[in-house]
Design a protein around this ligand. Structure first.
Ligand code: NAD
Ligand code: LMR
Length: 327
């Protein structure tokens, strides 16, 4: 067994939290030889419910769970953490867009960014799940001036997984046959799931499906999947979101497979014409705990228009929260 690492999860008594904590504690995120100490943050009224979750975690007797800290103090929650999964936020209800949550949730991520800045390990890996995830990640990053901006990422892995599953089903193959899926931009209905570089069983995806399905079925289905789940379940996705969060962190820690990539919301650096200043979904490879944008992909006019649209939305979201950035 390795030395334990500290993993913070906010919103730990919520529905994603309940689907997430047991898998992290069981070793699904960082491996069966990596003990974890969970740091669980909740708001004060949710602490009794959180205590119940802690009792259940203990009752699992996981070999990889090395301790649990449960608190409503953000400074305790982020003390010396190696990983932070920022889940706690208000989910949207029927009829809302994720950006309708900006005001309600934006204020949560400024103090959390500052607490990470003050207390977390200097190479902390931060994943923002709470919506609107990309812009919440930007708020946290902009309140953490002494951390590397690249410590802050947002989750588009659920969209990536949804896109893989849709494509596998359409082509009669398995998810494991799909490579090089890309989600560009925002975790919102402007996101662009791009099949131009994807392959299924080694063949170009777009040679296996017709353009009408790609444009009128695949793209809107992936873009609207969160809303479809809210309509069907009466609550936003939880187990699939937790699973994608595990995938995102596992890939960041352990790397991407040879010949493949994943999608991560990361700080834009000018690649593909996205000026710095937003957290943007990009295709990335990961090695030794560091992600790198896949460069040199050909972008046709169809793709460029969609990348521009999601970039525009992220710039607008940014303009609405700049007052929350540390001066
Ligand atoms: P939930 O309401 O069940 O749980 C949220 C929890 O966060 C609650 O227990 C609440 O008490 C807690 N919380 C609120 N403010 C907090 C704060 N300041 N500090 C710590 N905890 C706080 O919601 P959920 O279904 O678990 O969803 C959580 C978030 O994840 C929502 O914003 C939802 O929209 C988002 N989400 C994102 C994705 C994605 O792909 N990025 C997918 C699914 C859900
Ligand atoms: C999702 O994509 O399922 C989540 O972001 C929840 C939502 O509001 O759609």
């Amino acid at each position: 067994m390795k030395a334990p690492v500290r993993v913070a999860v906010t919103g730990a008594a919520g529905q994603i939290g309940y689907a997430l904590l047991f898998r992290i504690a069981a070793g699904d995120m960082l491996g069966p030889d990596q003990p974890v100490i969970l740091h669980l943050l909740e708001i004060t009224p949710a602490l009794p419910a959180l205590q119940g979750v802690v009792m259940e975690l203990n009752d699992c007797a996981f070999p990889t769970l090395a301790g649990v800290v449960a608190t409503d103090d953000v400074n305790v929650a982020f003390k010396d953490v190696d990983y932070a999964l920022l889940v706690g936020a208000r989910p949207r209800g029927p009829g809302m867009e994720r950006k309708d949550l900006l005001e309600a949730n934006g204020a949560i991520f400024a103090p959390q960014g500052k607490a990470l800045n003050d207390h977390a390990k200097r190479d902390v890996k931060v994943l923002v799940v709470g919506n609107p995830a990309n812009t919440n990640a930007l708020i946290a990053q902009q309140n953490a001036p002494s951390l590397d901006p690249k410590c802050f990422t947002a989750m588009v892995r659920l969209d990536h997984n949804r896109a893989m599953s849709q494509l596998a089903e359409k082509t009669g193959k398995h998810n494991t046959d799909v490579r090089k899926m890309t989600i560009w931009g925002n975790h919102s209905s402007t996101q662009y799931p791009d099949l131009h570089h994807a392959t299924v069983d080694g063949k170009p995806a777009l040679s296996l499906v017709d353009q009408a399905w790609y444009e009128s079925d695949f793209i809107p289905t992936v873009q609207q999947r969160g809303a479809a789940i809210i309509k069907a379940r009466g609550a936003s996705s939880a187990a699939s979101a937790a699973s994608a969060a595990i995938d995102h962190m596992r890939t960041w820690a352990q790397g991407t497979a040879e010949g493949d990539w994943v999608s991560m919301g990361i700080p834009s650096d000018g690649s593909y014409g996205i000026e710095p200043g937003v957290i943007f979904g990009y295709p990335v490879t990961v090695k030794d705990g560091k992600y790198a944008i896949v460069q040199g992909l050909a972008i046709n006019a169809f793709s460029q228009a969609r990348i521009d649209a999601t970039n525009k939305e992220l710039r607008e979201e940014r303009a609405g929260v700049e007052h929350l950035f540390a001066k």
